[in-house]
Design a protein around this ligand. Structure first.
Ligand SMILES: [Zn+2]
Length: 107
């Protein structure tokens, strides 16, 4: 898995200090265009957002939203969920049921 491209918030997304609501239209359109242009080599892996904490942890809302998005995947693969904190990242592979593996940083 190589993260080569990521979308940034669009003008339709709702951004607040403690809440980010991603509107699907801009991001899905971009992901589909990149998948089509690369003949399926560049594909959707998951979602990312930031938290105003040093070492971020997912909220209950994050976890339920990740499960919902993972269940929508047509290929049945888990979704990569990333939270960017002020000092570290939180990264998890989220299956459509239960919790998936959480990645640890390489020291
Ligand atoms: Zn969050």
């Amino acid at each position: 898995m190589i993260i080569e491209q990521a979308t940034i918030p669009t003008t339709w997304d709702k951004r607040f200090r403690y809440l980010f609501e991603r509107m699907p239209f801009g991001h899905e359109t971009i992901a589909l265009a990149r998948w089509t242009a690369s003949h399926g080599i560049v594909r959707y892996l998951g979602e990312w957002h930031t938290h105003p904490e040093d070492d971020p942890h997912p909220s209950d809302l994050d976890i339920s939203e990740w499960r919902r998005l993972s269940a929508k995947r047509r290929d049945g693969r888990p979704m990569l969920a990333v939270i960017v904190g002020r000092k570290s990242l939180y990264a998890e592979l989220v299956p459509n049921l239960g919790r998936g593996p959480v990645f640890a940083p390489v020291e």
